[in-house]
Design a protein around this ligand. Structure first.
Ligand code: UDX
Length: 437
């Protein structure tokens, strides 16, 4: 099948490459010339494990190309909208300008019976609105919503082997003709047993925001328990292990720490609350405000604990922050809790050095005032305190004896509860976790 993918960021670039792997002929379209030239040279414009290898493999087949020219969408029968929906500046709602611009730019190139398939995370009601716009340009074209659930760091496998496929169609019914077309596109994952659910457009849009809200709630729940554990002298990691053994609860997404960040969960819960307000259902989501505030409190707590760890004052303290990305296996620093803490510490008088295996270029763009060092060993030298804020494997594997020989004072705050406290204490470190005695 000939497919166009509009928007080649974390979602679209991976989707384009994966669709080509599945045997389709794909053109990826993006307004960013730099991104297009990187992708055309089979280089991933961001760090995503497995993406570059995949790009090389599929580009060799001639089935995948990238361009900034929207007219390249002409001739494709299916057009995926994969552009971003960031938080609006100064407001909680989602900025829909990229989705709207991509859709309007596509309209002149639509042919009879084309499908426009939305994948971006959008406020409920967007699909119905875009359907009208698409229909006014091409009366036989159809708009569908097919939300994407990929996690950064696992994007390739999440796209090729999703947990489920959700098809939102205007009628909400299995016998809608577009269902068959999407089934052909996803023939391989469906053959591998991926369940697929057909539903109406608003339900499909809501599945994505509801899923992300649930994940955010789960993380904030365990972080609230960490606050209680701190107050009561209990251990949140053991608590999570124990409650997680109940398979109605499950252990995943119960890691207490400095909280969630990234380009999705924080802005998605805010946009969801804003949309609920517009729909007159704001009370239904007031709990998400609490989820958000528990999450933001984590960052303040880490700054306070660091001050305690440093003997009551941050002034002039040399602090090394391990990790800048919002999570491991990513170079994404959007709303990164690690960087937000690093910047706060620096503002309060600490001398902060940040290290990360992949995210330093992006971090320096966002917070140019911080000092960055790629080498972990150099970053550790003469530090008064270490903060583990993104749990990259190489930081989990740090040797506490070797590290103790580099720092000025062996103090560590484990912001992800990723280290073994007994081991670090045995090597002479003052160890603090979050919600751990
Ligand atoms: C998320 C959803 O998981 C994905 O399904 C959706 O498509 C996009 O948003 P992503 O933003 O890539 O994916 O990251 P995710 O793995 O969900 O982690 C989000 C944040 O939560 C990270 O900052 C992570 O460190 C944090 N987190 C996760 C915790 O603090 N504790 C946990 O137990 C799990």
């Amino acid at each position: 099948m000939r497919i166009s993918v509009i928007g080649c960021g974390y979602l679209g670039a991976v989707h384009a490459a994966c669709m080509a792997t599945l045997g389709h002929e794909v053109v990826g379209i993006d307004t960013d010339e730099n991104k297009v030239s990187e992708l055309s040279a089979a280089r991933a414009p961001f760090f995503e494990p497995g993406l570059e290898t995949l790009l090389k493999e599929v580009q060799a087949t001639g089935r995948l190309s990238f361009t900034t020219d929207m007219s390249a969408a002409q001739g494709s029968s299916v057009h995926f909208i994969c552009v971003g929906t960031p938080q609006k500046k100064g407001e909680n709602g989602a900025d829909m300008s990229y989705v709207d611009a991509a859709t309007s730019a596509l309209l002149p190139y639509l042919s009879a019976d084309d499908l426009v398939v939305g994948k971006s995370t959008v406020p409920v009601g967007t699909a119905a609105r875009l359907h009208e716009i698409v229909r006014s340009a091409e009366p036989t074209a159809e708009l569908l919503w097919n939300p994407e659930f990929l996690r950064e760091g696992h994007a390739v496998s999440d796209t090729l082997h999703p947990d489920r496929l959700v098809y939102g169609v205007l009628t909400g019914s299995e016998d809608h003709p577009a269902v068959d077309v999407l089934d052909q596109i996803y023939a391989q994952p469906l053959k591998d047993g991926t369940p697929r659910l057909v539903m109406d457009l608003p339900t499909a849009e809501l599945v994505k925001t509801a899923a992300n809200s649930f994940l955010a709630t789960k993380i904030s729940f365990i972080n609230a328990m960490a606050e209680l554990c701190d107050a009561a002298g209990a251990d949140v990691s053991l608590l999570a292990d124990a409650i997680g053994m109940d398979d109605r609860i499950g252990r995943k997404f119960l890691n207490a720490g400095i909280g969630f960040g990234g380009g999705c969960l924080p802005k998605d819960i805010r946009a969801f609350m804003a949309r609920a307000g517009e729909l007159g259902a704001d009370q239904a989501l007031t709990f998400l405000r609490e989820v958000d505030s528990i999450n933001m409190r984590r960052r303040i707590r880490v700054v306070e604990l660091t001050r305690e760890l440093c003997g009551g004052s941050l002034l002039g303290q040399r602090i090394t922050v391990l990790g800048a990305a919002f999570k491991p296996e990513s170079d994404d620093v959007r709303d990164s809790p690690a960087l937000s803490v690093a910047a706060q510490l620096q503002l309060q008088g600490a001398v902060v050095t940040v290290t990360d295996p992949e995210a330093l270029v992006n971090a320096a763009r966002r917070f140019p005032e911080l000092h960055y060092e790629r080498s972990t060993d150099i970053a550790l030298q003469r530090a008064d305190a270490l903060l583990l804020l993104t749990e990259w494997q190489e930081y989990r594997d740090l040797d506490p004896y070797g590290a103790a020989a580099l720092v000025a004072t062996p103090r560590i705050l484990d912001g992800r509860n990723a280290l073994n406290p007994t081991k670090w204490r045995a090597a002479g470190w003052t160890y603090r976790g979050l919600g751990r005695p």
